[in-house]
Design a protein around this ligand. Structure first.
Ligand SMILES: [Zn+2]
Length: 240
């Protein structure tokens, strides 16, 4: 199984890897598994990473990254070059602009969801991060959409305080239910629970990538809200 570099260091932008397997995807594309990777596979509401693989000065575009049967697989456009082969050594480069923006969005959403949960007891029922705006779905009995702007303002105060993000792991038997905000709970077969802690504010089990310090996010802005029933209130946020 590929070593997922992004789990312990979200700031790795370039690395060297060996190709474990190549499968033809047709149309001049291949599915490639690397022995170690910082390309984040789409999941947990965080979109996939993009970037390039470089061999002998030739660039191969990484256009999609996904987990397939437990392996992190990259869909690669050969750019008209001869396809890469198993055991090839490649230089890997992340599209950092895209990823860094998603990291800021991810931390921003944790801070907003933390404020929302503390203020209303809301549980998070879904989320989708994206480059321009991110969506958070939540369930709460008493719904006050006009309060959402107030919570965004509170989240901005927290972000501006400059809290560090800390990553660590807890045993699968650890009692995370007492602080978990996810309505659906954790996946059943988890062995190690990865925690993202915004020091002095909040800790959540999470598999995504985050900035080191909340100040990096800047400010978030309220975009709009929707009400699709008790378990599906929705808020859209963007970065200033
Ligand atoms: Zn998260």
């Amino acid at each position: 199984m590929a070593e997922a570099l992004y789990l312990n260091d979200a700031y790795i932008k370039e690395w060297t890897a060996k190709i474990v397997s190549v499968n033809d995807a047709g149309n001049g594309r291949s599915f490639i598994v690397l022995d170690k990777t910082a390309f984040y596979p789409k999941g947990g509401g965080q979109p996939h990473d993009e970037g390039v693989l470089i061999k002998d000065c030739k660039e191969y575009q990484v256009i999609f990254t996904v987990k397939l049967s437990g392996e992190i697989s990259n869909e690669v456009d050969n750019n008209g070059n001869e396809p890469l082969k198993q055991n090839d050594i490649v230089q890997c480069k992340l599209n950092w602009e895209r990823r860094y923006r998603l990291m800021k969005m991810h931390t921003a959403c944790h801070v907003f969801a933390g404020v929302l949960h503390k203020e209303t007891g809301a549980m998070i029922t879904g989320n989708q991060l994206d480059i321009d705006q991110s969506r958070i779905d939540f369930s709460v009995e008493q719904y006050n959409p006009e309060k959402l702007i107030e919570y965004v303002n509170k989240a901005n105060v927290i972000l501006n305080e400059g809290h560090n993000n800390k990553i660590y792991y807890l045993d699968k038997n650890a009692d995370v239910d007492k602080f978990l905000r996810l309505a659906k709970g954790l996946p059943p077969n988890i062995t190690n629970i990865r925690i993202v802690e915004i020091e002095g504010f909040d800790a959540q089990p999470d598999g995504g990538t985050h900035v080191h310090n909340t100040k990096e996010v800047g400010r978030i802005m309220f975009q709009k809200s929707e009400n699709k029933g008790k378990n599906n209130r929705r808020v859209y946020l963007s970065l200033e």
